[in-house]
Design a protein around this ligand. Structure first.
Ligand SMILES: [Zn+2]
Length: 551
């Protein structure tokens, strides 16, 4: 999930406005309205549920009793800092916690070594709870300091805050489970991790492997600076991740260049063709590439070269067309350079679409729980991060965000989140919980600074409470699930059907990041959190909270 989505909409709206102003009053009359123009607030009516106040109080107390456990899990996963497909320590740790608490673990699901499911309960509905667990290459960062300071140079780091999501869901699940056991409420809970979300590389494979075939509803969670959920189309883009490998013929680049056929020429020509064509594509598309292999050394005509593209668009058809255009340009480039090209799909993400009855049920609980009580220390640290990094000055939120509907959001496209594939398979929502600092940049070390501090821990506690209450609502109230399924079948699936680009021969790209971690893991291991010895990870690292000056 890319937290910059809302920013993209605002920025584009501002650009539209700036362009029309420059073009003069004639153009202004034809300018499209700013897509994020504020709408009048609609009154929110909470759905009726059978969960009693006593059950709610017990679930909330169950989360509070696990606040220390939540902090340790958040800190532990932060310290493991594993990128996509390499979440071995993270998964071993999280499944260990769940196994100890009576969940049955299935490891290596969908052919992915670090993926798993953890299931508990009998009868009743099956509710799936998921959150991402991977992090980002090159974003190693000390938590609790307001300046850029890598723990291990070049190592991956939690610059998106995915260390907090699964701990949050585990605490929610355990609190709901206690209440279900005490009140003899039938039902099953299945936890599952978003492996390699930053590569958009697993959830379509989970769906293909049938992980969700018996699931009645999914609650997904994602770290944010606000506490919210939404329904309808997400306004973001779906995506294909695909690698093109060109093959030519090596030759002495100076002695016999006429004997060579450069695979790198194929890559460069494809990129150039794409960059020319980009001007004539819909404004909703986003596409970007990196050259992962450009050859060995200059005096050898490159025999093999590889370029990796992300093609993003708004619906299944337009994603497919963008992908097919990429394929066509790759073939044209191969033809022009007398090389060959083959492609390999590395990931796929469907556009997002959230379920309305589920969102309304969760939102009632988000409002019921409300924002964390931020301390002066929390506010001081947030301010220091913003000031030190020249981010927008914005205090930690004190009110939950409104429930947003499709018309309330921008439609300019943007990032992607492969939760989309599950959203088109079973009724699904994302609960965003307030564990990060406003203004922090997505996919950047500023988004890691708070992620093992009380700000992250407090956000996880309120998030877990809202999710626990929503799980209880789904277990106690068949009507909510019936409404969710009706909305899924008769509203959502009437707009489009799930139609991923993934073919039957495409395999999860489980080799990705293995070389990085083979090189860096030994340097990262000394930084793993030891909760037996230290109350918090900050204590282990010798960082006082709040640290408000650069260290
Ligand atoms: Zn994310």
């Amino acid at each position: 999930m890319k937290m910059a989505d809302a920013w993209n909409g605002a920025a584009l709206a501002a650009l539209v406005l700036a362009a029309t102003t420059l073009a003069g009053p004639g153009a202004l009359a034809q300018a499209p309205p700013a897509a994020d123009a504020p709408k009048p607030a609609k009154p929110f009516v909470a759905p009726e549920v059978a969960t009693t106040d006593a059950m709610r109080q017990a679930a909330i107390a169950g989360v509070d009793a696990r606040a220390k456990m939540a902090q340790e899990m958040v800190d532990q996963v932060f310290s493991y800092a594993e990128p996509g497909f390499q979440e071995f320590r993270t998964s071993e740790f999280l499944t260990g916690v769940l196994e100890k608490n009576g969940f049955k673990i299935e490891r290596g699901v969908a052919g992915i070594p670090t993926a798993w499911t953890a299931t508990w309960g009998t009868g009743g509905p099956l509710i799936a709870l998921g959150s991402d667990i991977d992090n980002l290459l090159g974003l190693s960062q000390y938590p609790g300091v307001p300046n850029i300071k890598p723990m291990v140079d070049g190592a991956p780091g939690h610059g998106e805050g995915h260390n907090s999501g699964m701990p949050m869901m585990i605490v929610a699940a355990l609190a709901a489970k206690d209440v279900m056991e005490k009140n003899k409420i039938p039902g099953r809970i299945m936890l599952w991790p978003g492996v390699a979300e930053e590569l958009l590389a697993t959830k379509a494979f989970y769906v293909r492997a049938g992980l969700f075939k018996d699931v009645d509803a999914t609650i997904f969670s994602h770290v944010s600076r606000d506490f919210s959920t939404s329904w309808g189309p997400g306004g973001n883009n779906g995506m294909v991740s695909v690698e093109y490998t060109f093959r030519g013929k090596t030759a002495h680049a100076a002695g016999q260049p006429w004997e060579g056929r450069s695979a790198l020429d194929g890559v460069e020509l494809m990129d150039m063709a794409w960059n020319f064509r980009r001007e004539h594509l819909p404004l909703t598309q986003r596409s970007h590439y990196v050259i992962t292999n450009g050859g060995g050394q200059p005096n050898i005509v490159p025999g093999v070269a590889t370029v990796w593209y992300y093609f993003r668009e708004q619906n299944f058809q337009s994603i497919r067309e963008l992908y097919q255009l990429g394929n066509k340009l790759s073939e044209a480039a191969a033809m022009a350079t007398d090389t060959t090209v083959e492609r390999r799909v590395l990931g796929y993400a469907a556009p997002n679409y959230s379920n309305k009855p589920l969102a309304e049920t969760a939102y009632a609980n988000i409002k019921r729980i409300g924002m964390p009580q931020w301390s002066d220390d929390d506010r001081a640290f947030a301010k220091a991060v913003q000031e030190t990094n020249k981010l927008k000055a914005e205090p930690l939120a004190t009110e939950v965000s409104p429930l947003t509907a499709p018309g309330d959001r921008n439609t300019f496209g943007g990032g992607s989140d492969d939760i989309g594939d599950i959203m088109w398979t079973v009724p699904t929502i994302t609960v965003r919980y307030p564990s990060n600092i406003p203004g922090a940049i997505g996919h950047n070390v500023t988004s890691a600074m708070a992620m093992a501090t009380p700000i992250a821990h407090k956000g996880v506690v309120v998030g877990a409470k809202a999710v626990a209450l929503t799980v209880l609502d789904l277990m106690t109230t068949p009507k909510v699930l019936a409404d969710a399924k009706d909305y899924f079948q008769n509203t959502q699936l009437k707009t489009q059907k799930y139609d991923p680009v993934l073919g039957p021969d495409d395999k999860p790209a489980i080799w990705l990041n293995a070389d990085v971690m083979a090189r860096l893991r030994p340097k990262m291991e000394p930084y793993y959190y030891n909760p037996k010895k230290y109350k918090t990870y900050l204590e282990q690292l010798g960082i006082t909270y709040p640290t408000t000056t650069p260290k």
